[in-house]
Design a protein around this ligand. Structure first.
Ligand SMILES: [Zn+2]
Ligand SMILES: [Zn+2]
Length: 346
């Protein structure tokens, strides 16, 4: 195996010209540029030279800003100082002092390319690469622009204003075209990308276009219903707790959420998950009333009136139905107890 891929084998892979590179590196150099390149430094603009001159856009810049919770929902106008590179006006990005001439690069003799020849176990190999001195231009600045010290770009602090649209969220990125760094030699600038963070607030979580909160209500409010004050992004709002609200129920304030990004006519909801608090301690009076309620509950099936499926086993027999009718007549009594309890608790 090894023999087959000896020196001869390797040579054959470079075509019918074994040792062509090693013999005269400049054969390759000339072939590379074509015959028209004979008389440098008049660089042929239609040849390789133009490809090398592809316009390099400036660098993009990342800037992070943190928005208030409500700014992310309603949108905001933000202004911040940004440090970026701008094309030097004095030299129009060339880096050369105005009125001075460029000088032919001595490293490459104006070719813009240099040849590197390496001795390898397989023979001499040569590589053409961009001249590190002139960067491939074939010429260098003879006198630098004083304003930018030959860089062609200067660092400038600028105030940037961005309009944050309503409905953005943490991780949203805004692109500000053309506010990145200027490109080298007057090339177009890159873009500015504004990365958004959103501050959290107590009590409201964002879930896409919906907002979520947890509310605690007393067991009495859960049973009797109530109107409670809640915090929304619009400010304080009232939330109806319907009678018979269960722990874990989700109550909705429609269209009090976040607008859909780029479609602000669509707005999410604010969802409130209900927690029902059971008091650890109650007063003697409360205990008295609750025991009275408990005894009412034990005597009959009053509870099955409001939650018929809670006791599927107790089919209403004739006698039980009588009791229910009896109970309905006394209907005011338990309600009064609840109200008394509520007055005590509230
Ligand atoms: Zn300059
Ligand atoms: Zn050079």
């Amino acid at each position: 195996m090894y023999d087959q891929f000896g020196e001869a084998g390797v040579k054959s892979t470079v075509g019918g010209q074994p040792n062509a590179y090693a013999a005269n590196p400049f054969d390759l150099f000339e072939a590379f540029f074509g015959a028209s390149m004979g008389g440098f430094p008049s660089m042929d603009p239609t040849g390789f030279g133009t490809r090398r001159r592809t316009v390099v856009k400036g660098e993009d810049i990342r800037y992070d800003i943190t928005l208030d919770f409500s700014e992310a929902i309603f949108g905001a106008e933000k202004e911040f100082p940004l440090s970026h590179l701008e094309t030097c006006e004095a030299c129009a990005g060339t880096g050369a002092k105005i009125g001075t001439k460029m000088r032919i690069c001595s490293s490459c003799g104006g070719r813009g390319q240099v040849m590197r020849t390496e001795q390898t176990p397989f023979g001499m190999f040569s590589q053409v690469s961009v001249c590190p001195t002139c960067g491939g231009d074939g010429e260098v600045i003879s006198e630098y622009c004083r304003k930018c010290s030959g860089e062609g770009r200067i660092r400038v602090k600028k105030n940037i204003k961005v309009k944050v649209p309503p409905g953005v969220s943490a991780g949203s990125i805004l692109r500000v075209a053309g506010e990145g760094d200027a490109g080298p030699r007057g090339a177009p600038p890159g873009d500015l990308f504004v990365y958004l963070e959103v501050e959290e607030i107590r009590g409201i979580q964002r879930d896409g276009i919906n907002l979520k909160s947890t509310i605690s209500i007393s067991y009495l409010d859960a049973i009797l219903g109530a109107v409670i004050k809640v915090k929304t992004v619009e400010g304080a709002s009232e939330l109806q707790i319907p009678p018979g609200t269960q722990p874990g129920d989700v109550l909705v304030l429609a269209k009090q959420g976040a607008p859909k990004l780029n479609k602000p006519s669509i707005r999410g909801d604010h969802l409130f998950t209900v927690k029902v608090t059971i008091p650890n301690r109650i007063s003697a009076k409360e205990r008295e009333l609750l025991e009275e309620l408990a005894s009412l509950g034990n005597k009959n099936i009053a509870r099955s009136r409001t939650r018929p499926r809670a006791q599927p086993a107790t089919r209403a027999t004739e006698s039980q139905v009588e009791k229910v009718v009896e109970k309905i007549e006394e209907k005011r009594e338990p309600d009064d107890i609840w109200q008394k309890l509520k007055d005590l608790a509230g």
